[in-house]
Write a protein that binds this ligand. Structure first.
Ligand SMILES: CC(C)(COP(=O)(O)OP(=O)(O)OC[C@H]1O[C@@H](n2cnc3c(N)ncnc32)[C@H](O)[C@@H]1OP(=O)(O)O)[C@@H](O)C(=O)NCCC(=O)NCCS
Length: 164
């Protein structure tokens, strides 16, 4: 029965998450997903404060009440930095991050942003594929920027995407 329901949901797109701007009510779910996705988690309070900042743009992807993913950036002087993006492990590989990123870049552009930057671990293959497909290019490298999983420091790549 569950298999049939899952098949029907997939067939009629009910599994396709809806994108919306994040509000304070999303902070707890975002904090949980952030903690599962990164070595250094952000507290619910930190996330709530970020969402409340006028310069921060935060979007969620939800299927019903379930958070599938989120993306967050901060704008300053015509530029923006992607602060974080994550998709729940069980929902990865289905284009959710790509949808979030494309929508986010469109929103940033509409807000007058000319260039978007981010830092990414050079070993993070899914993230690099996501960003490269969205038109980000490497503009710098920060050696030993992240504490690696095995204690070995990992390098960060600085990526840039112009929105003109
Ligand atoms: C990075 C992340 C957000 C991608 O989310 P996602 O919804 O699975 O991504 P998408 O399905 O939109 O796919 C984006 C690209 O990643 C690729 N990808 C997804 N999962 C992958 C995997 N496990 N291995 C290799 N490539 C993968 C996809 O094939 C796609 O590339 P393509 O368009 O060249 O085929 C997700 O892996 C994640 O949350 N990771 C943990 C947090 C993180 O590292 N965030 C980025 C910090 S800079």
């Amino acid at each position: 029965m569950n298999a049939i329901l899952a098949w029907l949901r997939a067939l009629f797109g009910a599994d396709e998450p809806a994108l919306a701007d994040a509000t304070a009510a999303d902070a707890a779910d975002i904090a949980r997903l952030h903690a599962r996705s990164f070595r250094r988690g952000w507290s619910e309070d930190e996330i709530e404060r970020l969402i409340a900042e006028r310069s921060v743009l935060a979007q969620c992807a939800r299927t019903g009440r379930k958070l599938a993913g989120f993306i967050m950036s901060r704008r300053a002087a015509g530029e923006a930095e992607i602060l974080s993006v994550a998709v729940a492990r069980e929902r990865q590989g289905r284009g959710i991050a790509q949808r979030l990123l494309v929508s986010h870049l469109g929103r940033l552009m509409a807000l007058g942003t000319r260039a978007v930057f981010l830092e990414v671990d050079e070993d993070n293959v899914p993230a690099l594929r996501l960003y490269r497909r969205a038109g980000f290019r490497e503009v710098g490298r920060r050696p030993g920027y992240y504490a690696g999983r095995d204690g070995k420091p990992a390098n960060a790549l600085v990526l840039r995407r112009d929105l003109t």
